[in-house]
Design a protein around this ligand. Structure first.
Ligand SMILES: [Mn+2]
Length: 301
């Protein structure tokens, strides 16, 4: 008997078709509601279904990209990776990570054109996806939008902590891989020294956008977006808010640049619906997700 790897969502993402396994040459939305290592304020586990719920109530048309979700034909919703809560966060994460591995076993992410858009969960879930894409694409560009450098070797005893996600991904970096970060405004002195030495932190939005615009059109790009990239004035519903953050307009410039590039995967993490009882953060995050979905769309304008 096949072990159940995903559970159906409370409601499918708007305009998506249901699927039980990854679909080739398609965008595959998947929830990964793990929040075991979050230290400050938990609540990201319910974010995937919260985003799906809001998605049915906001416009499907993006004026920024002049595209509509209804035009995206190869778009599937796989539901949510099953996440257990045993009390041992590390074991729970590894078990969910193994379920994801089983889900993609037998697929070649590059040759089969399997694009994932993952909804967290906390940032540690990104490791499951990024490690796979780094393996599939030896020339992958990893774009990292976040308030935090996430370069610690471990945090509070967790090797796969949300505070060390980028460090874990670097373990998989080959000579052709490239990392560029933007929005970072919090980290240790060591993390900042590393970013300066490796020149991974874009000094301005203009520099970050120019980097994307300069990429060859076929160069594979993965975007990991921690929603605390945005200022907590706009998006307070996140576990580790940092003042001095970015606005939605900055994100629009980024997705307008990404629109013409070869997006192969992305994740949106760290939305914590219970933290913002107004629900505004859920709406903000869902608009961000809408734009990202459309960024994957290759047809049309
Ligand atoms: Mn962060």
């Amino acid at each position: 008997m096949t072990q159940l790897l995903v559970q159906p969502p409370k409601g499918l993402y708007r305009a998506a078709r249901p699927a039980l396994q990854p679909q080739a040459h398609s965008l595959n939305l998947i929830g990964f509601g793990f929040d075991g290592t979050a230290c400050f304020r938990k609540g990201t586990a319910i974010a995937p279904d919260a985003i799906r719920m809001v998605a049915s109530d906001i416009e499907s048309y993006s004026p920024y990209l002049d595209l509509d979700l209804e035009e995206v034909t190869s778009f599937y919703d796989l539901g949510n990776i099953i996440v257990t809560q045993s009390g041992d966060a590390h074991q729970d994460y590894l078990a969910a990570h193994e379920r994801f591995n089983d889900l993609v076993a037998g697929f070649d992410l590059a040759a089969d054109g399997i694009q994932f858009l993952a909804l967290g969960g906390e940032h540690s879930i990104s490791y499951s996806f990024i490690s796979k894409y780094l393996h599939a694409f030896p020339d992958l560009v990893l774009l990292h939008l976040d308030a935090h450098a996430d370069l610690r070797d471990e945090y509070q005893g967790y090797h796969y902590s949300h505070a060390s996600i980028i460090r874990r991904c670097l373990d998989y970096f080959g000579p052709g891989h490239q990392l560029l970060q933007y929005g970072i405004r919090s980290g240790t002195r060591d993390e900042y020294a590393w970013m300066r030495a490796k020149q991974t932190l874009a000094p301005s939005l203009d520099a970050f956008v120019a980097f994307i615009e300069g990429l060859p059109a076929d160069r594979p790009v993965y975007l990991t977006l921690d929603l605390d990239y945005f200022d907590p004035a706009y998006l307070p519903g996140t576990g580790t808010p940092e003042p001095g953050g970015e606005d939605f307009a900055s994100f629009v410039r980024i997705i307008q640049a990404l629109r013409h590039k070869n997006m192969v995967g992305a994740d949106v993490v760290e939305l914590s619906p219970p933290v913002d009882v107004s629900g505004n953060s859920d709406v903000f995050a869902t608009k961000v997700v809408r734009e990202l979905i459309l960024t994957f769309h290759r047809g049309g304008a």
